[in-house]
Ligand binder design. Structure first.
Ligand SMILES: [Zn+2]
Length: 60
């Protein structure tokens, strides 16, 4: 898998599990299968996600 595809998989998995603002949602990292978290801010509606396993993260 290309680097960008892994990143998109991670982003999609994070956004899919995020059901509300200002709560951390846990999901399985599609890259390493580890534990990852996503949080959507009610201020700017941006997502932040990070994986404890492989260190993948994004802010959008
Ligand atoms: Zn991971």
């Amino acid at each position: 898998m290309r680097e960008e595809d892994r990143y998109i998989e991670f982003l999609n998995a994070a956004v899919a599990v995020c059901k509300g603002f200002d709560n951390a949602y846990e999901f399985e990292c599609p890259i390493c299968g580890g534990r990852a978290w996503v949080l959507q801010s009610s201020c700017n509606e941006h997502h932040k996600a990070a994986c404890e396993g492989c260190g993948a993260e994004f802010t959008e």
